[in-house]
Design a protein around this ligand. Structure first.
Ligand code: G3I
Length: 466
């Protein structure tokens, strides 16, 4: 039996029954086709090995119930506190202009499929390999892809989802006080139907904000807007979203990393990074440095059980920006600001960049503050001059080493990839005449070597997990 309680805030107590093999096998078992839905469940009740455990609606898994909740009432997927946690309507600001019934988040419905994390035998998916070592394995998803069965079947490899764009400010509150939750709701419902948790992304960010937010001119306006946004959004998803990226990418790059918007020369244009000054944050510029403390406090008040993260990129190691983030979260902890963890985005490359040792050091100092660390947007591009086969091998090795850096630390609790297949990736730009191939599945949703860099490392770590 594995127990993931430590990953969760109280309402998300997540006891995970796992009669699974911890994977010391010398040869990897054949995995089911990630693009083919089928009946079935893993483990001893599926002796013929023909079933696809990724498809909901198949017969019960090793837990012996058609519904994992029947076996273990503490199963997380609900993220629901008692009573169903349906906060439908909370996000519809009265008089806001009729965002309509699709804004209501339907009440939580327990999934009818077996819980894939209850299994015997060898793991058959990334999430099952993650279960062995008590980690959530996540992916970014897009609402407009959820009607594609190949996509959703592959998505069931994961136990954790982050909406790629659907919970950003410009998606949720395009006009002041008018909230549009339909796409975010679809992702939450998809996750719940498939025993997955949701990470909300992101409440306060200088990018992907509507023009009216960028046009604000006073502190009062910005405070009012930020308070309404956080309260409405977190309130809407209360009990249904496990964790939030509360503040995203607040720091500038470079050797003098500091909060964006702290310098009047910062550029009021999200698409222009302009050297060290970088894009402006209207929140820092108008509210002041305490906008971050305030954002976390508002989020905690709106859902006391959601985990609250600070999230940033190029902060994986021990450079000036990573140090600035560390200093900030250390101060927040010392002052009692409600923060639970730090997301290291991990948009990295197959060679160069942060070393495994630097990553390990950073994870250690952050978790030393009592914070969780998650890899929140992992992808690994393989641009370079070496032969493509060599670069793919480098990518696999890189993924194995960063996965190990996480599984080596008990407070590194989740690894989320920024998409499923290469062609879904925001980073799949052309390099050396080919794509940068940053993700774990190829363009036909077949598992790549990169996948096994992660899978095998999780299985090995699981074998060492008591
Ligand atoms: O919303 C419009 C839509 O109306 C229009 O039809 C469509 C046409 O191309 O564009 C849509 O907007 C795009 C949006 O994604 C939603 O699909 C934007 O052009 C596009 O720039 C945007 O890209 C996103 C990017 O953030 C923007 O910063 C990527 O999908 C998303 O993967 C990426 O994610 C961020 C994380 O949130 C934070 N960390 C870094 C990462 C990359 O910036």
């Amino acid at each position: 039996m594995k127990n993931l309680d430590r990953l969760f805030a109280p309402a998300f107590i997540f006891s995970l029954i796992c009669a699974c093999s911890s994977g010391g096998e010398s040869t990897r078992p054949e995995l089911p086709d990630p693009t083919v839905g089928g009946a079935g469940a893993t483990g001893s009740e599926n002796p013929d090995g023909t079933a696809d455990p990724l498809t909901p609606g198949g017969p019960a898994g090793s837990g012996g119930s058609a519904n994992g909740e029947g076996v273990n009432p503490d199963i997380p997927l609900t993220g629901n506190t008692a009573g169903g946690g349906n906060t439908a309507g909370s996000g519809n600001t009265a008089g806001s202009g009729g965002s309509g019934p699709t804004n209501d988040l339907p009440a939580f419905v327990a999934p009818t499929s077996p819980d894939p994390d209850i299994f015997t035998g060898a793991p058959q998916s990334l999430r099952q390999a993650g279960t062995l070592t008590e980690r959530l394995i996540g992916t970014a998803v897009r609402a407009n892809r959820l009607n594609n069965e190949t996509y959703t079947t592959a998505a069931r490899e994961f136990s954790y989802v982050t909406p790629e764009n659907e919970m950003k400010w410009d998606a949720l509150e395009r006009e002041p006080g008018v909230f549009t939750f339909a796409n975010g709701n679809r992702i939450v419902q998809f996750a719940e139907a498939n025993h997955m948790l949701v990470k909300g992304h992101t409440l306060v960010w200088h990018s992907q904000i509507p023009a009216w937010v960028r046009a604000m001119t006073t502190r009062d306006e910005a405070l009012t807007a930020m308070e309404r946004h956080i309260t409405e959004v977190v309130g809407h998803y209360k009990g249904r979203v496990h964790a939030w990226d509360v503040v995203n990418e607040a720091f500038t790059d470079g050797n003098n990393s500091r909060l964006r918007g702290a310098d009047p020369n910062d550029v009021n244009d999200p698409n222009n990074s302009n050297g060290n000054n970088g894009p402006d944050s209207p929140f820092r510029r108008l509210i002041g440095e305490d906008y971050i403390d305030r954002a976390f406090t508002l989020a905690r008040a709106a859902d006391p059980d959601a985990l609250l993260f600070y999230n940033d990129f190029n902060t994986e190691g021990t450079n000036a920006k990573a140090n600035a983030v560390f200093n900030m979260v250390q101060s927040m902890k010392q002052r009692g600001v409600p923060i639970d963890g730090v997301g290291l985005q991990m948009h990295i490359n197959a060679s160069g960049g942060v070393t495994a040792q630097q990553l390990t050091q950073n994870i250690q100092r952050l978790t030393g503050l009592g914070l969780q660390v998650v890899f929140s947007e992992l992808d690994v591009t393989l641009c370079g001059n070496a032969d493509i086969a060599e670069r793919r091998q480098q990518q696999k090795t890189r993924l194995a080493e960063v996965t190990k850096a996480c599984t080596d630390n008990p407070l590194c609790t989740a690894i989320t990839f920024w998409g499923i297949a290469d062609n879904d990736s925001w980073r799949n730009s052309t390099c050396n005449g080919g794509g940068s191939e940053p993700l774990l599945f190829d363009t036909t949703y077949q598992r790549k070597d990169a996948y096994f860099g992660v899978f095998d490392t999780l299985v090995t770590a699981g074998a060492a997990t008591p």
